[in-house]
Every structure is written in structure tokens, then in C-alpha cells.
Ligand binder design. Structure first.
Ligand code: CA
Ligand code: CA
Length: 194
């Protein structure tokens, strides 16, 4: 299925709200939540997984939506229960679409990410964008934790990552393969920055 149409719609909606022209870091939680809700309402999920299959893990992933404007890529991660119960998850991004560059995992389909967007229960740690090219990522890999912003609402978490951060390792980035780890491994799926 071609998901680009609905995602483009999500982008247009963000632009109509007057948010696309804001510089990075200018979003309030309210604005980020508004963008996330719009992407979730008007877009199709890029990755889905059933609810109720995570066993004892408090993290039961159900869907990932992705959208972007000129400044940021937005990720909406949906869970079966309250998103505040998410202990630890990571969104991995293979920003050159090459599985032979980036981290080499034991799960072949997940090989090749350059970036990881790590996010946690707020009481545990703030989110950060890490450099995964050597399979080890830290919160100080990029300035200002990679510029990531996060808001948690009901059963979903919205994260924004500046495109400029993705350009640090992949200057000509046009999109990425994305997978989610949180109560299991989901994806990857391809996303083209519009
Ligand atoms: Ca699930
Ligand atoms: Ca790669």
C-alpha cells in the first residue's frame, strides 16, 4: 500500500496549522501534541502490531505513524495501554537505506541503523537521539540530546527529531528505514521525507 498520500496530508495539515515554519525547538508540548494528533488522525500507520500480545511486558506496541514538515520528522508511537507505562523503547533509523552501514544486529532484517531515538517513562530519563553506527548510543552523541522533543498523551507518545540532526550522519538524507523496539521488534518500514 502506498502510504505517502495520507502522510502528505498529515504534513499539509501541520502546515495549515502554521507550525511548519517554526524553527526547531520552538514547539510547545501543546503544539507537538496537536501535530501528533493530526498525523494520527489523517495518516495511516507505517507499522502496526496487535494489542494484547506483549505478555508480562508493560510495553505493548500497537502502531507507529510518521510525518514531517520542513524542519522535523514526527513519530507517533501508539501503545495498547497508557503511554506513560512505556519503560523503555527505541525507534531506529537507517538513514542511508543501506543495511551494510550502521549497527549490525543479530536480527538481520534490523541491520543498518545510523540513529536511535531512545525514549522512556518520564520519571526515568529524558529522550535522546543516539549515534548507532558503532552499536552504542549515548545522550551526548549529538548536541542538545539530538534536539528531540517528546509529549506523552493517553496511549500514544509524540516525538519530533530535527531533520538537521539526521543530516549530521547522512547529509543527503531523503528518508529512512524505521523499526521500533519496545516489548518486541517491529518493522522495518520505509519512509520518504516529503
Ligand atoms: Ca503489541
Ligand atoms: Ca545504514
Amino acid at each position: 500500500m502506498d502510504t505517502r498520500g495520507p502522510l502528505r496530508l498529515a504534513v499539509l495539515t501541520a502546515a495549515r496549522l502554521g507550525l511548519a515554519s517554526l524553527p526547531a525547538h520552538a514547539q510547545t508540548d501543546k503544539e507537538l501534541l496537536k501535530i501528533g494528533k493530526s498525523i494520527r488522525k489523517h495518516g495511516c500507520p507505517l507499522i502496526t502490531d496487535p494489542a494484547g500480545n506483549a505478555g508480562a511486558n508493560p510495553v505493548d506496541f500497537t502502531a507507529l505513524f510518521v510525518g514531517n514538515d520542513d524542519t522535523n520528522v514526527y513519530f507517533v508511537v501508539e501503545f495498547a495501554g497508557p503511554a506513560s507505562d512505556n519503560v523503555s523503547s527505541v525507534i531506529r533509523l537507517n538513514t542511508d537505506f543501506d543495511q551494510n552501514t550502521g549497527c549490525n544486529f543479530s536480527i538481520p532484517r534490523l541491520n543498518g541503523p545510523e540513529y536511535g531515538v531512545f525514549f522512556y517513562a518520564p520519571s526515568f530519563s529524558d529522550p535522546f537521539v543516539g549515534n548507532m553506527t558503532a552499536c552504542a548510543a549515548g545522550s551526548d552523541d549529538f548536541p542538545d540530546r539530538g534536539g528531540v522533543q517528546m509529549v506523552i498523551h493517553d496511549n500514544f507518545t509524540v516525538l519530533s527529531v530535527p531533520i538537521a540532526t539526521l543530516q549530521i550522519l547522512t547529509p543527503d538524507v531523503t528518508g529512512f528505514l524505521v523499526d521500533v523496539e519496545g516489548g518486541g521488534n517491529f518493522g522495518p518500514a520505509a519512509y520518504q521525507i516529503q
